[in-house]
Design a binder for this molecule. Structure first.
Ligand SMILES: Nc1nc2c(c(=O)[nH]1)N[C@H]1C(S)=C(S)[C@@H](COP(=O)(O)OP(=O)(O)OC[C@H]3O[C@@H](n4cnc5c(=O)[nH]c(N)nc54)[C@H](O)[C@@H]3O)O[C@H]1N2
Ligand SMILES: Nc1nc2c(c(=O)[nH]1)N[C@H]1C(S)=C(S)[C@@H](COP(=O)(O)OP(=O)(O)OC[C@H]3O[C@@H](n4cnc5c(=O)[nH]c(N)nc54)[C@H](O)[C@@H]3O)O[C@H]1N2
Ligand SMILES: [Mo]
Length: 761
């Protein structure tokens, strides 16, 4: 059993390049899973945890938000889900001795990989003003410190309450209640950097910012378009759903600048046949240029409109608004511009059209490849246009499927973690708790950073996540964070955000999904909502990493008492004792949660209502589903530059780095690599194996540089490059964001290459 963290810190990694893989999962995935799990957890704990992932009496996998479905295999785990579990259930520990030995400056010099590998944090620690290291602190004192700083603020709007998407419904509901009782809507969350563009586009067009399909819909679709998503790595269990859809006759189109292994062929580790041969998934691959999707979908829509009988006129007349405007805009779409924007050829687009016209039931799935561009919101609206034209919303086997990231990111939003809450939500909250919530909007992630930078925000509180690691423009963000009076992180493990602090700082260690949660009222469970609006319970079964940990709901409840004092009539103590009492309140505040405790007790939980899906009712401003007709945009690329997307390797969970390999892409032992099309590389004089700096170009003229990347010749679309996040966040300008959603445009950064001398070993 090897549970010691690595001693060295391979900041300067040495990438090795193998062959690109053409299939995902299979035996190597299983072997790799068990090796990683046993290194972190040992053999016994590995068996204890991996058997409980996503079982009806077990815990919700902290890996991703893909739903579980009804027929669960004993091992309903995937390689990357298992890695997420192992990372949390590790036997490695970070104790106060560790902080005594490692001053903050030392932590700041370490890589994110090294920090994460140190293990679970066991006690609350405090960095006093002027001190160079964290020291142990009691929970009481920790809450007092936060209360001191919060009550000293000139306005509640000088406080920021960030949430990452692993937080349970119960903890999220309490956190937004605390913020609003305190007096602010400053509730930025990871969603602002993730699917905010999907939420914006869907709310405007169909009236609800969530996907409209279930697993059964996927299984019954004729055509599934997967655009801007790498499920083989980021949602591996989705591959089983795609496989099942294919065996029932579905076709799959993938739209991506990269040929992703998981979408090419899937070797299902749950079946013997799958392990041997695997199933080919993609029928048609559109190797699109970064940012070309809106142009592609607009042209497809034009051709649908121009094909006799292709538009579902019954649906369009009865349920939609704005068809004429779209039809007029679509008339202008032209082939030449579309071919330039997409880099595709005419035959391929016509082949896609034929498949779309042959399909009665179409689903479009997407993730970060569509959401993180300047024109992401109009791009996703154009996807909605495509579905509306053929009546593909609100009937079986059809619909929109934004595939969420963090396992409860959708639930956190449902619970009110949102800087721009609906007035109806605040009214219900106020009625239930006898409070007066602020009505003016709060800061999202990017505006929070600007507020810290400009001195308008002074206390930063994070319920999970790694704010400085995950956000753009690292240098700007870190300087902004250092201006805070107090930074507080409720965390399971160490990360960069603990090393870049305000004048004072606290780390509050918490239970994770896999940990047993016992309160004064007995053993507790929490609830989560998956990407398809299913709500179900999650119960950990492991002995917590230390007796000093508090659960997230307990931390918020105690903090609320310290901050709000006796003036608050909210029963925070009751909430901490028995989470069922939190759910009773949620049931009265959030629509769709009526009878919450009873319904969530049923095996598998329940599904939230979704008007477009359930009754073809569209709660938009027009009362109908809205077609939209924004002008087509695509990124302009100056001579000698490439468009860089910042994406995930197979060995990471956002800023948590599991290892230094990206197996399907054939990259080993290093993360500072940049994938470039061989022809572009030739034009730019970038030899495979040479080293280069990436320099981003933005209208503010500021130089943003990420030094020392190894060039990898890789079959990405022409004009495009790819490198891993978060190493490249330094290149993403803070104000390069998507229109409307304000999501950082981390998938379209214009870069030039500055090669610096001889290749390194
Ligand atoms: N193992 C693991 N699982 C995860 C995560 C993780 O880090 N590790 N993260 C979780 C989170 S929070 C999220 S949001 C999801 C992220 O899931 P993904 O969105 O799959 O993650 P990315 O690695 O950002 O991949 C983006 C994909 O979009 C493609 N792409 C980039 N630009 C464009 C474009 O302009 N057009 C098109 N059509 N495609 C484009 C890229 O080539 C890539 O395949 O995964 C979740 N699950
Ligand atoms: N350049 C670039 N930037 C990006 C992206 C990109 O594609 N490119 N993707 C964006 C996306 S989609 C997202 S979602 C964000 C992610 O942003 P975040 O959600 O802020 O980042 P994570 O890396 O997921 O956070 C990891 C940390 O969460 C803590 N943690 C883990 N489990 C728990 C738990 O159960 N409770 C608590 N309290 N803490 C826990 C651990 O301390 C761990 O270090 O990053 C965004 N940033
Ligand atoms: Mo995400």
């Amino acid at each position: 059993m090897a549970t010691k963290p690595p001693t060295g810190d391979p900041v300067q990694d040495a990438p090795q390049i193998d062959e690109v893989r053409h299939a995902a999962a299979g035996l190597p995935a299983v072997a790799h899973t068990l090796r990683v799990a046993q290194q972190q957890m040992g053999v016994r704990r590995t068996a204890q945890t991996l058997l409980k992932v996503n079982q009806k009496d077990g815990f919700d996998c902290p890996g991703c938000a893909w739903p579980e479905g009804d027929k669960r295999h004993t091992a309903e785990f995937c390689e990357n889900g298992a890695k997420a579990v192992a990372e949390e259930a590790t036997l490695r520990r970070v104790t106060p001795d560790f902080f005594a030995a490692h001053p903050v400056a030392d932590l700041a010099a370490r890589s994110g990989y090294w920090l994460g590998q140190q293990g679970r944090i066991t006690q609350p620690v405090y960095l006093p003003e002027g001190s160079d290291r964290y020291e142990a602190v009691t929970w009481e004192r920790a809450f007092e410190i936060v209360a001191e700083e919060l009550t000293a603020l000139a306005s509640p709007d000088e406080a920021l309450f960030y949430t990452s998407g692993r937080t349970s419904n119960e903890a999220a509901f309490l956190l937004q209640l605390l913020a609003r009782e305190f007096g602010t809507n400053n509730l930025p969350d990871c969603s602002n950097m993730c699917h905010e563009s999907s939420g914006s586009a869907l709310t405007e067009t169909i009236g609800i910012g969530k996907g409209s399909v279930s697993l059964e819909d996927l299984h019954g679709a004729d055509l599934i378009i997967v655009a801007g998503q790498n499920p083989g790595t980021n949602h591996p269990r989705m591959l089983s759903a795609l496989e099942q859809a294919k065996s029932a006759g579905a076709k799959i189109i993938s739209v991506n600048p990269l040929p992703e292994a998981g979408l090419e062929r899937f070797k299902n580790p749950q079946t013997a046949r799958g392990m041997l041969k695997g199933a080919a998934l993609t029928d048609l691959f559109l190797q699109i240029r970064i940012g070309g999707d809106q142009a592609l979908f607009r042209l497809l829509n034009k051709m649908i409109i121009e094909t006799d009988g292709a538009v579902d006129t019954g649906f369009v007349t009865e349920h939609t608004h704005g068809y004429e405007a779209l039809a007029a805009a679509a008339r202008d779409a032209d082939w030449d511009e579309t071919l330039t924007a997409t880099g595709l050829d005419r035959d391929t687009i016509e082949a896609a059209l034929a498949m779309i016209l042959a399909s009665e039931r179409t689903i479009v799935c997407w993730a970060m490849g569509l959401t993180q561009h300047k024109h992401s919101v109009p791009t996703i609206r154009e996807v909605v246009n495509l579905l509306l034209l053929r009546g593909n919303i609100g009937r079986p086997g059809a619909g929109v499927c934004p595939v969420r990231g963090h396992s409860n990111v959708q639930g956190d939003r449902t619970m009110g973690i949102f800087e721009r809450p609906a007035p109806a939500f605040l009214d219900a909250l106020d009625r239930e708790f006898g409070i007066t919530s602020p009505r003016h909007h709060g800061y999202d992630v990017v505006r929070s950073i600007q507020a810290l930078r400009d001195g308008d925000a002074k206390v930063f509180f994070a319920m999970g996540g790694n704010f400085v690691g995950a956000t753009p423009d690292t240098a700007v963000t870190e300087a902004a964070m250092r201006r805070a009076r107090l930074t507080v992180h409720v965390s399971t493990k160490l990360n960069r955000s603990h090393a870049v602090t305000g004048t004072r700082a606290l780390i509050l260690p918490t239970l994770g999904r896999t940990d047993k949660d016992v309160q004064a009222g007995g053993k507790q469970f929490v609830t989560v909502e998956d990407s398809m609006g299913m709500v179900h319970s999650s119960r950990g079964n492991l002995t917590p990493a230390s007796p000093h940990l508090l659960s997230e709901p307990a931390i918020v409840a105690r903090l609320a008492r310290a901050v709000l004092g006796p003036a608050s009539t909210t029963p925070w103590e009751e909430f901490e004792k028995d989470y069922g009492t939190i759910r009773d309140r949620i049931a009265r505040v959030v629509p769709g949660f009526e009878d919450f405790n009873t319904r969530v007790a049923r095996p598998g939980g329940f599904t939230l209502p979704h008007a477009p899906r359930d009754e073809r009712r569209f709660p938009t401003t027009t009362g109908k589903a809205n077609f939209t007709a924004a002008p087509v945009e695509y990124p302009a690329l100056p001579e000698g530059r490439l468009l860089l997307q910042t994406l995930r390797s197979h060995d990471q969970y956002n800023t948590t780095i599991y290892g230094l390999d990206d197996r399907y892409r054939g990259i080993r032992g290093g993360r500072r690599i940049v994938m470039v099309n061989p022809e572009d590389a030739h034009t730019l004089g970038l030899a495979d194996g040479s080293y280069t700096d990436l320099v981003s170009e933005w209208k503010d003229g500021v130089e943003r540089r990420a030094p020392g990347f190894r060039v990898v010749h890789y079959p990405t679309a022409r004009g495009c490059a790819a490198a891993y996040y978060p190493e490249t966040n330094v290149l993403v300008p803070l104000d390069a964001t998507a229109d409307t959603s304000n999501t950082p445009a981390s998938k379209s950064v214009v870069v030039r290459f500055e090669t610096n001398g001889a290749p390194r070993p």
